[in-house]
Design a protein around this ligand. Sequence first.
Ligand SMILES: NC(=O)C1=CN([C@@H]2O[C@H](COP(=O)(O)OP(=O)(O)OC[C@H]3O[C@@H](n4cnc5c(N)ncnc54)[C@H](O)[C@@H]3O)[C@@H](O)[C@H]2O)C=CC1
Ligand SMILES: O=C([O-])CC(=O)C(=O)O
Length: 412
Amino acid sequence: MAATSATTFSIGSNTSASIKVGLLSQSKASCVKFTSKNYPRSFSALKATNSVSCESESSFLSSESCAALKHSYITKARKHNLRSYGYVQPQASYKVAILGAAGGIGQPLALLIKMSPLVSELNLYDIANVKGVAADLSHCNTPSKVSEFTGTSELADSLKGVNVVVIPAGVPRKPGMTRDDLFNINANIVKTLVEAVADNCPDAFIHIISNPVNSTVPIAAEVLKQKGVYDPKKLFGVTTLDVVRANTFVAQMKNLKLIDVDVPVVGGHAGITILPLLTKTKPSVTFTDEEVQELTVRIQNAGTEVVEAKAGAGSATLSMAYAAARFVESSLRALDGDSDVYECCYVQSDLNDLPFFASRVKLGKNGVEALISSDLQGLTEYEQKALEALKPELKASIEKGLSFLQKQPVSA
Ligand SMILES: NC(=O)C1=CN([C@@H]2O[C@H](COP(=O)(O)OP(=O)(O)OC[C@H]3O[C@@H](n4cnc5c(N)ncnc54)[C@H](O)[C@@H]3O)[C@@H](O)[C@H]2O)C=CC1
Ligand SMILES: O=C([O-])CC(=O)C(=O)O
């Protein structure tokens, strides 16, 4: 059976049938054809491995096990943010806004979100230069409608009816700066934007990317509180890039398949407050003490590595856009009823004495459904020490953010 207008999902190994690559037919929803250049596996090959029990190819293609495989492909492909470059079949109709959409992160992030089958409308807001970005992006033949909004007079309209707001607005670091050096400019930007979110889409999930995240998230929380619409389950500091980096560096060091590696990263998003829990890596990996030290320091300094390499032209944008798109997609899957969505992020927390803390969370339709405490149990001495060491810095950054609003109350 030929698969027409097919979408290719490269999903790594599928344990239930040892299939590496599948072609999922869009024209016949229940049909999966297992052929690929890299891993040619026909029905008879599957049968030979006892992976299927049907007698004929046609009965297999219409069987429940085939439908389950199709479901597993889609789930795994979605989890890993894989995209087809062909036409994307709409699967849901959520509305996403990016505030700071014309920037270094905003533009590639907009492109990645434009490729999501879960998005029907994509609103791009910035104080300048967003018209051309929107015109350009709107020519992609993916389902979402792109709209542009320029300047504060159009901010409110950009947020009406939005389900997920992503905020990468603000200045990036230059070599020699810490993230905290961005506080004076970015605190005000985040405050103004979150005020508008509170007024126009108070139920939305809010993803804060602007640095210093350790302080800008507490600022956003205070703004929402003063506006009377704070829902701690829906406010997130985006720390996905720390996980993405940890996964990449561990896979490289240990020669593992990237798609399989998952390292929880807890704490915050600056220097030593970024704490990868390497002993909780999945699949289980053993590290020498030297490897733990080397990896931890590299993950903590990875932002600076990029800032220095860009030599004054900004900080991470492409990897950040990739990470932010993953977090948006996870949020949309959770909103859409997927009950198996977990991400590390910086949220209001009661896992320890810090009011905000990054950890793995379970996401659901209403935002954070549960904080995953098990990652913080059974820590090694190294991890426990690092956790205690990060607390004073993170506490100070949180307090700096919370007290900012005392000097600058929200506008009515
Ligand atoms: N959370 C994380 O893991 C990461 C956070 N960042 C942070 O993301 C922020 C943005 O970085 P880039 O995109 O590289 O900077 P950029 O300078 O390239 O872009 C920032 C954009 O924000 C816009 N902007 C400024 N004020 C605004 C306002 N009031 N309303 C709306 N838009 C406004 C600018 O016009 C510009 O288009 C920085 O603060 C950076 O430190 C960067 C990488 C990783
Ligand atoms: O390092 C920076 O300034 C940007 C950032 O947060 C990161 O890349 O992790």
